[in-house]
Design a protein around this ligand. Structure first.
Ligand code: IPE
Ligand code: IPE
Ligand code: MG
Length: 235
């Protein structure tokens, strides 16, 4: 992975920040008569491929929806399988992430997780904090409504509540503006992800299930983004 950003119009097509709702692990497993947990495991492999590709393409930031504030409604065994995969991912991939100059970031409130998970996350954050390459933001116990409420409370404590003041307190405040939001698995909804940040983001919904997503699908998404005309309300 190169630390030098690709030129505008290069592999990243001028996209700075992509976010992905990584959906469809369960359906991927079901189609193959496999346990859901295996779908999640293959989902982690897709994360690894996509993060590598995003760095190589010169993206400044990629934000991945891994666990929502609503995902606590799932059965306990599925939640613990997801936590196990998160722990294993950090243990197996932190060296590569850190070595590629990637700065890890968590959006959402990860303090709600078990102490061992929190410890691994805090260590990974500290280890990559000084990195200057791509930001890898993982949304954990993240819900956009919760994020906006927290940001509004912080803004109110400092002064008038304005859009700028709220933006400055969002978990994503230090990331570039969101250019492109992708959701896999055919669902066409945001499921409480980046509601504020998506105000002028381009959106793409693909039927590909997350475990089948890879560099090729990311490249296609960026190429399709390049054909869009963004207006931001102007003309
Ligand atoms: C996405 O896959 C991963 C998480 C929400 C953690 P799902 O588990 O939602 O898969 P489907 O939507 O049931 O296929
Ligand atoms: C959104 O997917 C959350 C993540 C991908 C982490 P869900 O599968 O939880 O969303 P819904 O319930 O189908 O809207
Ligand atoms: Mg789902």
């Amino acid at each position: 992975m190169s630390a030098v950003p690709a030129p505008k119009g290069g592999a990243c097509h001028g996209v700075r920040h992509v976010a992905i709702i990584m959906d469809g692990n369960g359906r991927w497993a079901k189609k193959r008569h496999l346990p859901r947990a295996l779908g999640h495991q293959r989902g982690v492999e897709a994360v690894r491929r996509v993060v590598r590709a995003a760095g190589e393409m010169g993206l400044e930031a990629i934000t991945l929806y891994a666990f929502s504030t609503e995902n606590w409604r799932r059965p306990e065994d599925e939640i613990s399988a997801l936590m196990g995969l998160l722990k294993r991912f950090i243990l197996s991939d932190l060296d590569e992430i850190a070595g590629n100059n990637v700065r890890l970031k968590i959006i959402g409130d990860h303090s709600a997780f078990a102490p061992d998970v929190v410890g691994l996350i805090e260590n990974a954050l500290a280890r990559t904090a000084g990195n200057t390459g791509m930001a890898l933001a993982i949304a954990l116990n993240y819900g956009s409504q919760d994020e906006i409420a927290r940001a509004a409370a912080k803004a109110a404590a400092k002064g008038p509540i304005t859009p700028e003041a709220i933006s400055a307190e969002l978990d994503t405040a230090d990331l570039p503006p969101l250019d492109l939001l992708i959701r896999t698995s055919g669902e066409v909804r945001l499921s409480n992800f980046l509601l504020w940040q998506a105000a002028y983001a381009e959106m793409q919904f693909t039927d590909v299930l997350w475990p089948d997503f890879g560099p090729e699908q990311l490249e296609d998404a960026l190429a399709e983004f390049a054909t869009r005309e963004r207006r931001f309300g102007g003309r």
